[in-house]
Design a protein around this ligand. Sequence first.
Ligand code: CTP
Length: 402
Amino acid sequence: MEPSRILLAVGGGIAAYKVPELVRALIAQGHSVRCVLTEAAAQFVSPLVLQALTGEAVRRALLDVSEEGEIDHIRLADQSDLVLVAPATADLMARMAHGLANDLVSAVLLATQAPVLVAPAMNVNMWNHPATQLNLELLRERGVLRVGPDAGELACGWEGLGRMAEPAAIVAAANRALSSGSMSDQRVLVTAGGTTEPIDTVRGITNRSSGKMGFAVAAEAARRGAEVVLIAGATSLPTPEAVRRIDVGTALEMRAAVLEELECASVVVKAAAVADFRPREAADRKIKKESLESDAISLELVRNPDILQEVCQRKGTRIVVGFAAESHDVIEAARRKIRRKGCDLLVANDVSRADSGFSADSNAVLLITPDGAVEDVSLRHKTEVASHILDRVEKIRGERNA
Ligand code: CTP
């Protein structure tokens, strides 16, 4: 990542106390940072601290002769590769949405032609207010990028959405905004690995999925600049760089995580091997052999929900990619599956082959579209297969936007 000039516009919210940490993390990536503060922001974070960390004069006032003499607000706006607003308060985003320019921060935001990234932070009720949501929609339409907010305990005592994203997540989002990645405007949700359905506290039913294919898709999407969340079942693979990972155990946990993250996703890739059945009841302690009346034990299994099908039912404008593990009659079975599930692209694996599929590093797949057309992607490393899948996703997006 090339070092860039970041103008950090600090709004007046309690989350501003995290700004020094954010500045240090940005500088650690090699970026140069200059801070502009609203008057309220200076109540929450010391301008002197920011000046010492950045090595640059901190500006607060729009009409101050000496401050404007050093570097005027238009040059501040022009000499930035990215304007990062953190914390972006409800008030500051309202002023951005309506083009106000009555203080230094809002004037710079109106004048800049650089990409703008906001990291909102506020009380949950302010966040949910229709005024804030409409302002966000206006900003999104104008291409303003956003990271967060996160859900959790808020400084005001409420719980819910409104916490500023963590500095590491803001830095990752800033890097994405600065990269000219072909998917930098996309939010990609990937599921990977197998789910485990407990029989008792130490045993479970799972499958041979390694998670490698899904992890390769997540890594490639992040390399292309997308914001990526990876929902992972059982796997020992390391988290790809700049990817947010959520670990889950059972199919029901995976379903809950997917539905929670779906709202923000523009692309969904469901590479996970979800167990189709789970034991109706899991024992809450280890089943001891001596407690059994005979040498045989039977398990009653019940169907798990089909997560992919549910995602497709709420698809909207999202692009949804499903996977299919087939052992025979691959093309016909995959064509039936894409029709049944309703996704935009189906990646069919022939799991009867030893050189591809589950735990191998390489894979050979067929890419099937809803019209039944088939593209044969011959045996290659999973990284290259991931790249091929995302090329197709980008093509679908391009055709839709045309
Ligand atoms: N899938 C899912 N939820 C399930 C089962 C599968 O979301 N309960 C998803 C997988 O992540 C994959 C796709 O559906 O993207 C197809 O999985 P596969 O196991 O091939 O198909 P099934 O729907 O389980 O059908 P069958 O086992 O009968 O072939």
